[in-house]
Design a protein around this ligand. Sequence first.
Ligand SMILES: Cc1cc2nc3c(=O)[nH]c(=O)nc-3n(C[C@H](O)[C@H](O)[C@H](O)COP(=O)(O)OP(=O)(O)OC[C@H]3O[C@@H](n4cnc5c(N)ncnc54)[C@H](O)[C@@H]3O)c2cc1C
Length: 397
Amino acid sequence: MKADAVIIGAGIAGSALAYHLSDEGLKVALVDKDYPGLGTSGRSAGFLTVQHWNRLDLLLSRLSQEFCSDILQEKGGLQRVGFLRVTARGEDIPLMKERTRMYRQEGVEAELLEGKELEFRFPAIDFSGLAAGIHTPGDGFVDAYDVTTTLASLARANGTVMKMATTAQRIEIRSSKVSGVETAQGKLSADIVAVAAGAWSGSLLRKAEISLPLKPYRTQALVTAPVEGLPLLPMFHELPDGYYFRPDQDGILLGDGTEYREAEPTRYNTHADFGLYSEIAGWISKRMPTMKEVVLARGWAGLCVATPDRYPLVGPLDAVDGLYLMAGFNGLGVMRSPPLARALADKILGRRPSVNLAPLRPGRFSGNVDFPIMEGFTLQDTLGLSKSEPSMERDLE
Ligand SMILES: Cc1cc2nc3c(=O)[nH]c(=O)nc-3n(C[C@H](O)[C@H](O)[C@H](O)COP(=O)(O)OP(=O)(O)OC[C@H]3O[C@@H](n4cnc5c(N)ncnc54)[C@H](O)[C@@H]3O)c2cc1C
């Protein structure tokens, strides 16, 4: 089969790219070894918050909120319950003040709450041991599986050929130019190939002798059985431990259990660790004493992908004409990938990207860099990048 573009991976990133390219009239083939949303995207907690350590992510989250609200109109849209990020460390308060100021400068409704103010505003939560929190009432969550499958359906309605249950085995390159993808079901020819294969992107590229700093790591979530008389709750994230929750239909979704070591994507444990159930049960019964009797019904694990500077790798691969990459979302792929897919589609079509992709170019690291896997969802600028922060301005390329 001959297509204009082959996209490998029908997660949120690849499905969004397939939607945008097919909407512009390109003949797209979307390939997945499984089915849309069954990789990491369907395992996500779906937080869409503007509370980041940098302005680029703030912009991406806002765009993702707008976009997801739009496409999910028939499925309830964005659940705008607000986001409360709290800290147990008094020394975080100056940073929280600084971030609150930054969010407001960008036109986001945000306030810093301390001590009794927290209890007054959120009476269902026990704030013992916590110093302060930033509340952003405009934030919400989505079901990322719904977003992904909706995007895949829209792409299909635009004429995208869905090659599901089809593993991409090799990217075909001739004279430094991409010519297609070899799959278990035969060859797909195209002058444009985009790799959006999540945690599997690095190994697929290595087969084409392209080595990039992408490290998969495992992270986990649990859900409760329905809870009777569930109070109105915001999305909630506690620092420094990293535990979080949000409402989930009649119950609650909770995380974290992130492992800061490289995982092997071909054989990782997709179930939540047994120990995480008791760890999270202990935490939630402290934060919400009315939840003591709550049953944690099931859990799972998924793979996120780390990069050295916690920004994703998005754009053309310099060494090979026609080959593009969109991966390394550092646990923020629902917030980051819908607008970045739009921008990458612009780039592929030879237009000015709607978001400046230059700072995210995949070739920005030289040589074989080793790096520690770090939490992506923080207030701290752990690498001190804010001074050289990728610009959030649009149309800069
Ligand atoms: C527990 C958990 C909570 C999270 N919470 C949030 C959150 O609140 N907010 C947020 O923004 N992000 C969150 N994330 C991160 C987010 O889910 C990911 O960043 C995002 O889903 C990555 O999307 P993707 O399309 O790059 O990858 P994936 O969804 O993994 O898609 C990649 C696809 O490629 C396919 N594939 C791989 N190799 C091949 C091959 N050789 N041939 C064909 N197909 C192939 C896979 O089958 C898969 O479908 C969370 C993740 C987890 C695990």
